[in-house]
Structure formats: C-alpha cells, structure tokens
Write a protein that binds this ligand. Structure first.
Ligand code: ADP
Length: 358
C-alpha cells in the first residue's frame, strides 16, 4: 500500500503569498486522482511539493509510512510529466526513452524489452528514430508518458499534460490515459483546470479554490452535491443555476413560488441551486412548477440550452432537446426536480442539507 498523504500542508512563497493553505488529502494506492481548479488556486504548487520540486513550508507529506518532506526528488520514486514535456531535443525518441535506464545502469537486454513493451503500449514504434522536433504534440506527449512509464514509479504526477493539444487530440488522449491507468494500475495525480478532463478521467476529484480544498469526491458526487457555490459553478457546462430566495417557517420562496422544505438553516436569505438538466418543460411528479419567459434557445447539436427568465427576472439555463423551437418572449412553465434542488448559505457559500416537497 503506497498511499500519498498530505497533512496540513502549506506553501508560502518568498514574498509572503500563501499558495497552498493547510491542505489535507489522501490519495489511495492505484487511484486516478485529479486536482482541479482555476488558474492560480495552488494545484501545481501542491503537485510540485509532492514531487519535491518545491519545499513544503508547513505540514507533512507521507508516501506510504514514510515522511518525505526533506527527501530528495530523485529518491521519492515518482515520475513527473511536465506540461511542455521537457524532452531532450537533440536525442531521438529512443534516446529520450532509454536515457533514464542508461543512467541507472539497467542491463541492455532489459532496456530493450522494456522499451518494446512501452513503445507498443503507446504506439511509438514507428517514431523511435525521430527527434522531438519531428513529432506532433500528441506524439511528444506520448514520449513524455513513455519516459515516465519506463521509470516504473510509485505514482505518476501529471501537470496539465493535455493543455497543449487541440480539442480532438485532447479527447483522444483522455481515453488513452484512462486505458493506460487501467493497464498499469499505478497512482496518477493529474492536475487540470478543465472540469471535463476531471469528470471524464478521475476516480476522485479534489477541487481547489484559493489554496484550499473546496471538496474531494467521486465526479458524480461532486457534480450532484457540491460542497459550496464555488464547486457548484466551477463544474458543469453551463454551470449549476444559482437563484436568490428565502427560507421562512419551513417554506422556501423564490421566483414568486413557495414550497415546503426541511432545511438545516436559519430563516432568511438562501441560495437555490439546480443543474440545467434538472429543469424540464413538461410536468412530472415531484417537480416544482415555475412560470418563465424564453430569453433564447442556443442549439449545441445533440441538445440545446434554453435561457429562461423567471417571474422575478432571475435567469436560468435549462438543457432541452435539440429540436426545441421557442421564440424569445414565449411564456413557458418550467418544472424543477425537487430532489435535485440544492440550498446554499449565501453568507458562507456552503451547502445546506435540505429536503424539499414539491
Ligand atoms: P495553479 O497550478 O492552480 O494555476 P499555482 O500553484 O501555480 O496555481 O500557483 C498558486 C499561487 O502561487 C498563484 O497565485 C501563483 O501566482 C503563486 N506562485 C506560483 N509559483 C510561485 C513562485 N515561484 N513564486 C511566487 N509565487 C508563486
């Protein structure tokens, strides 16, 4: 069992900026773990502290049972794949791949068999004699991954490895990485600002905001039950709708509609959240009806986003069928799935446990 555990880990850069603030997290052995968050939230710093490329200012890092804070990066048994791939430009693909093994004095025969195994896995066979400059972005990415694989580390640390690729290749590499993970069975810690990448690849996601952990959970858990309004709006495309409302005497009131609710929150203002697909245009049991006006219908191909204005002027996004044809200004009824409604405390932005009866 080689768990990677951060206990109360903090990073303050010279100059005083706290980039990572008392982070606690445990990455399970063999897990595909994604650090997700906007630019500047502290993802790379966290990854670099795990790798040993950045000193830890406070707290403890454990790999297995061993405290690693002061251990040299090369003795941590981790493979770091950089965003820019960091390949040697003057070496061929073969040279880049075997460089580490030669340095470690791995016998030539073992080198050859391991090289064949990894190039086969990544489809790099035809490119072995080329230099990095003669490869596409995706091929360079594979060489960087191959080099990491050949080290046979405890974990792979990937810092935005797909961000330099075009959309099609990125989607393809997402699938390849997931397959590779299944095959190799090693821990992957993958840093990205792209929530789709996180949703599609991770077994668990850690969402960071301002140097702190906002939430850790399986992709659907984070998507369905965001811990706060930041997670609610950072995930999903379009993000979760957030509306202003009130809680009074067991009644939730918003957009000129009221519904009985059990919520662990005091009377007063409350934020109501629901995903675009949790509102529909036809009545259904357990759904809360609201009156609205169509603002626009934006076709996406497979489906469409209907922007609707509720009676109090608040706008919401709904995911509707691609063939929905409604003119701007049309009066519609919108039905919200009461089981999927979420409440948040507007002061703390944190989720409030609730049960709504439609
Ligand atoms: P992310 O990977 O989420 O984009 P980073 O971990 O790179 O975020 O950065 C977190 C914060 O720390 C940012 O505000 C960034 O400006 C700051 N930072 C990163 N590296 C350094 C550094 N070497 N010196 C000072 N501040 C830094």
């Amino acid at each position: 069992m080689t768990e990677i555990r951060l206990a109360n880990v903090t990073k303050t850069y010279p100059g005083g900026q706290t980039a990572v603030d008392k982070v606690d997290l445990t990455i399970k052995d063999g897990e595909f773990f994604v650090l997700l968050g906007p630019s500047g939230c502290g993802k790379s710093t966290t990854l670099r502290m795990i790798a040993g490329l950045e000193p830890i200012s406070g707290g403890d890092l454990f790999i297995g049972d061993r405290r690693m804070n002061e251990v040299d990066p090369k003795d941590r048994d981790l493979a770091f794949v950089f965003q820019n791939y960091a390949l040697f430009p003057h070496l061929t693909v073969r040279g880049n791949l075997t460089f580490g093994m030669r340095l470690r004095g791995v016998p030539a025969e073992t080198q050859q068999s391991r090289l064949a195994e990894v190039t086969g896995m990544l489809g790099l066979g035809p490119y072995l004699e080329r230099k990095p400059g003669q490869l596409s972005g995706g091929q360079r990415q594979r060489v960087a991954l191959g080099r990491a694989l050949l080290r046979d580390p405890v974990a792979f640390l990937l810092d935005e490895p797909l961000s330099n690729l075009d959309a099609k290749l990125r989607a393809q590499m997402r699938t390849e990485l997931v397959k590779l993970h299944r095959r190799v069975g090693r821990t992957i810690i993958h840093v990205t600002h792209d929530q789709i990448e996180a949703m599609t690849m991770a077994e668990r996601i850690c969402i960071m905001n301002n140097g702190k952990v906002a939430q850790i959970g399986a992709p659907m858990e984070v998507y369905r039950n965001p811990a706060d309004t930041f997670v609610a709006t950072f995930t999903g495309s379009p993000p979760m709708n957030l509306l202003e409302g009130r809680l009074d005497n067991g009644m939730l009131t918003f957009a000129q509609t009221s519904a009985p609710v059990q919520a662990a929150a005091p009377a007063g203002p409350v934020t109501i959240g629901f995903r675009p697909e949790d509102a529909v245009l036809a009545p259904r049991p357990g759904h809360l009806p609201l009156q609205a006006t169509v603002v626009a219908v934006e076709t996406l191909g497979a489906d469409a986003i209907l922007v609707a204005s509720l009676q109090d002027g608040q706008e919401v996004n709904m995911r509707v069928g691609a063939d929905t044809s409604l003119p701007a200004g049309a009066a519609i009824s919108v039905y919200l799935d009461s089981e999927r409604l979420r409440l948040f405390d507007p002061k703390t932005t944190l989720a409030v446990p609730c049960r709504l009866a439609a």
